[in-house]
Design a protein around this ligand. Structure first.
Ligand SMILES: [Zn+2]
Length: 160
């Protein structure tokens, strides 16, 4: 597997929304200006490939997000742990946007299997701000977040 560290941002106009795909490391060199040219249509930001966000990156990220017109429906999907961590630590990290889906690092206490599992925020919200039961693909036992679940899901409770 190739681990991408270089920053990249791509915008594709799909039928229902402008889809922005961001990957790599978000730091002082990350050019987020393509976000500033959007806003006429719904915006869906795909963040699966984001590896890390440093403090300079947080600043320019929040600058860019704040400039997305409030009238534009803004959603974030496939948010990996580095993005979820920022959402939990930095208030207003997603501007007026909603975090619709995210990955959680899961581990199995029984057989040590580890994987990043995709979850829908709405499903967790309906489940009392808890992850739905996730059976281990290897042994079938329920998996747990490789982190404190309460802490990892702070952003879900904040949006309830
Ligand atoms: Zn297992």
């Amino acid at each position: 597997m190739v681990v991408r560290t270089a920053f990249s941002i791509d915008v594709v106009a799909e039928a229902d929304a402008d889809v922005v795909t961001i990957a790599g490391v978000v730091d002082e060199n990350a050019d987020l200006s393509p976000l500033l040219r959007l806003g006429a249509r719904p915006i869906r930001v795909h963040l699966r490939g984001v590896r890390r966000i440093n403090s300079f990156g947080v600043r320019s990220w929040m600058d860019a997000i704040r400039h997305v017109p409030i009238t534009a429906k803004l959603s974030f999907v496939h948010c990996p742990p580095p993005v979820v961590d920022q959402c939990n630590m930095v208030s207003g990290f997603l501007g007026h946007g909603a975090l619709d889906s995210f990955y959680a690092p899961m581990t199995c206490a029984e057989c040590d299997e580890q994987l990043d599992q995709l979850f829908e925020t709405e499903v967790c919200r309906a489940n009392g701000a808890k992850l739905p039961l996730t059976p281990c693909p290897r042994c079938g036992r329920p998996m747990e977040v490789d982190d404190l679940e309460d802490q990892y899901l702070l952003f879900v409770r904040d949006s309830m």
